[in-house]
Write a protein that binds this ligand. Sequence first.
Ligand code: TXA
Ligand code: MG
Length: 377
Amino acid sequence: MKTRVVRVDPVHPAPGALREAGEVLRGGGLVAFPTETVYGLGADALNPAAVRRIFAAKGRPGDNPLIIHVADRESLAGLVKEVPEAARALMDRFWPGPLTLVLPKAELVPDEVTAGLATVAVRMPNHRVALGLIAAAGVPVAAPSANRSGRPSPTTAAHVWEDLGGRVEFILDAGPTGVGVESTVVDLTGPRPVVLRPGGLALEDLRQVAGEVTVDPALLGREVDRPRSPGLKYTHYAPKAPLTLIEPGPGVAPQVVGEAAWRAVREVLAASPHKPVGLLFLRENLPRHREAASATATAFLLAELNQDAGAPPATVLALEAGPATDPAQVASRLFAALRWFDAAGVAAIVAEGISPEGLGFAVMNRLRKAAGAVVRV
Ligand code: TXA
Ligand code: MG
């Protein structure tokens, strides 16, 4: 299949491009488009055949339901059975935005979208291109993240192309997304809101509006038999190289994380000295790593996300995640960094973790999912 890629301005997208992509959706085709979180892979949510094509293009298990994206509150009426008071308050405050609500589903929504569940996930994205596309299509748009299953969510159109080029009709390219991690998914079908997936909207913000909000036990690292969100049972976001996450306890300083990370890097280098090791580090630790590298005669290459990888063996390929004090910045760079390390062909990745506050909760959730080993400090 030929994939058409059209560049659009993120703030003032050309109506012609949106119309064209909207027609593809109405005709049962697949359109990848930017949202404020990550790129999505859209299909007409009310067309079961089109929705099945999303699963085929992604290689996604059929029992993992999709989020329906709407451009206005009125469109919800046909999709959900009821909107409880708590949901209304959350929409008033946070829509459009990185918040997905799980509500009782209406008859009209095909089982293909919800994987046969009695509930449906809905969200209104805060991105002009997404909103313009949905409006142009004139149908609600089912869209998972636009990656092949098991790959990090795409934060640029180039990532989408890497995974889905030749498998979808249309890609709207509006440059890098802002938030960088997916929306926060909240279940509103019970007596109080439950976070099923931490994401672009911080738990602290949710609680300001919804009061008592609980968190699915699966997110707190405890074993559960049956996760509430079907997506939780899949290992997502895993890069090709094994990732070791350094996880700080409460109040642990970035330099302690940095010291543990460097030890982990040295271990990998000792085990496979002929391949580069990826190090995702906190800004606070750059001087320390440079010093440690020179003290141990280890080649240390400070890389940039927008530069191609290419390194001699026995090298630490270091990418900055952002400052430990700015989880939003770390979130915005996270998935691109994991893809970058994959492209660089590193033997292993060591990632320095941050405190799970604000967007740090989503960052650490995604890193834990990507990690084969976690070192707690
Ligand atoms: O930011 C986002 O949410 C992006 C953009 C494109 O909107 N979308 C996204 O979709 O991340 P996806 O399919 O990659 O993740 C959706 C998550 C999955 O973990 C899925 O299991 C969960 O939402 N989900 C969907 N419908 C659900 C339902 N009815 N009940 C519980 N969980 C649901
Ligand atoms: Mg996804």
